[in-house]
Design a protein around this ligand. Structure first.
Ligand code: UD1
Length: 383
């Protein structure tokens, strides 16, 4: 029998961090699998994409779809049209998607319509806020998936509530933390990274990331957040690797350079340097999902500039606090960290131990060899 063919999809920055340990574990699996890597090109900048392939030793994609940026519908539709051709040529046994970006949903939808089983890594996370494009992507992808790998306890309960077959859900842990554990000791010192980035270094500093449309595209919210950050930066310098969307908004709002004096804006960083900075930060302020998890794994206090999180384990076990976007609340919570008043749980959530991809592969590979999984492909060919 020919070995099963597994298409693995990546599109945006957080996907690269998740796929790296999965590809490695597949390579080391007892039974042979043919992985085919598809990069949709949702992220295409050197800093958001290429550098991650190099640093994380991800193989060159077998297919690059070069979709680029656009509206939600345009981007999703373009990925679907281009990905359908890949499935047509490759006739895979299954398609594996990770996370919650537009590429995740688009490719899951194409595969599902062609009766190719969908595997979703990081299934079941829910913010219960459907105004976030990621929540829509998560909900729909999980409805189509036949194998769902979860990162934390909350996910299974969410999936069961939505009618997902419990036999399809597998709690394996967090592949993002596999990558973090692999690289966390490889970064240069935070002092060296800071010197290199901004020409000086600090003992205490905060790291900021901000890119969600709800925070960045609405001038009122953006201004409220920035007012808190400017005040905080007078006590604690802030290093801000800024996403292209955020840079555009800063330019649009004509925020003066002197206001940002102690907020050091730098280009989006490569994975290892970002890890080096975050590891030694006094606190992280963010609206990203991945950083909430990474700070929990590193024991660094995190203030989430949103009103919800799809990753509740970072609150119950980790270092995360939800602060929202009001100036006063951000300042207060930051102060709580600076004065040592706020004490977080600081435990590592179950199975965030660096072995999630191995656990996943032990379930996934025998499943791919099952005759009924192979049969689907024959059925699809016959249609
Ligand atoms: C996407 C994901 C988000 C994830 C984030 C990580 C969705 C819906 N969102 O958001 O969940 O947290 O990636 O970074 O999939 N741009 C560039 N260069 C690039 C890519 C984008 O300049 O390489 C700019 C473009 O102006 C583009 C904008 O960033 O319109 C947004 O990019 P897009 O991929 O649509 O969403 P992100 O905000 O990056």
């Amino acid at each position: 029998m020919e070995s099963p063919k597994l298409i693995c999809v990546v599109g945006a920055r957080p996907n690269f961090v998740k796929i790296a340990p999965i590809l490695r574990a597949l390579q080391q699996a007892d039974q042979h699998i043919q992985p085919i890597l598809v990069h949709t090109g949702q992220h295409y900048d050197q800093n958001l994409a290429d550098i991650f392939f190099k640093d994380l030793n991800i193989k060159k994609p077998d297919y690059e779809l070069h979709v680029g940026s656009g509206t939600q519908a345009w981007q999703t539709a373009q990925i679907m049209l281009r990905f359908e051709k890949v499935i047509d040529v490759e006739k895979p046994t299954a398609v594996l998607v990770v996370g919650d970006v537009n590429s995740t949903l688009a490719c899951a939808l194409v595969a599902s319509k062609l009766l190719v089983p969908v595997i979703h890594v990081e299934a079941g996370l829910r913010s219960f806020d459907k105004t976030m494009p990621e929540e829509v992507n998560r909900l729909l992808t999980d409805q189509m998936a036949t194998m769902l790998f979860t990162t934390e306890m909350s996910a299974k309960a969410n999936l069961l509530q939505e009618g997902v077959n419990p036999a399809h859900i597998h709690f394996v842990g967090n592949v993002m933390i596999d990558t973090l554990n692999q690289f966390k000791d490889q970064a240069a010192s935070s002092q060296a990274i800071l010197k290199d980035l901004i020409g000086k270094s600090f003992d205490r500093y905060a790291v900021l990331t901000l890119h969600r449309p709800s925070n960045v595209d609405c001038p009122d919210t953006f201004n409220r957040i920035f007012q808190a950050l400017v005040e905080l930066s007078q006590e604690l310098p802030i290093v801000f690797p800024a996403h292209p969307r955020t840079i555009k908004q800063l330019e649009r709002l004509k925020i003066k350079a002197e206001t940002l004096k102690d907020i050091h804006i730098v280009e989006p960083l490569d994975y290892v340097r970002m890890l080096g900075l975050v590891k030694k930060a006094t606190m992280v302020l963010t609206d990203s999902g991945g950083l909430q998890e990474e700070t929990t794994a590193l024991g660094v206090p995190c203030l989430t500039l949103r009103y919800n999180t799809e990753r509740p384990a970072t609150l119950t076990h980790g270092t995360n606090q939800i602060v929202g976007t009001e100036t006063k609340a951000i300042k207060q919570k930051a102060k709580g960290i600076l004065t040592g008043e706020y004490v977080h749980a600081n435990r590592i959530p179950p199975l965030w131990d660096g072995h999630a991809a191995n656990r996943m592969i032990q379930i996934l590979v025998p499943w791919l060899y099952q005759p009924e999984v192979q049969v689907k492909r024959v059925l699809e060919e016959a249609i």
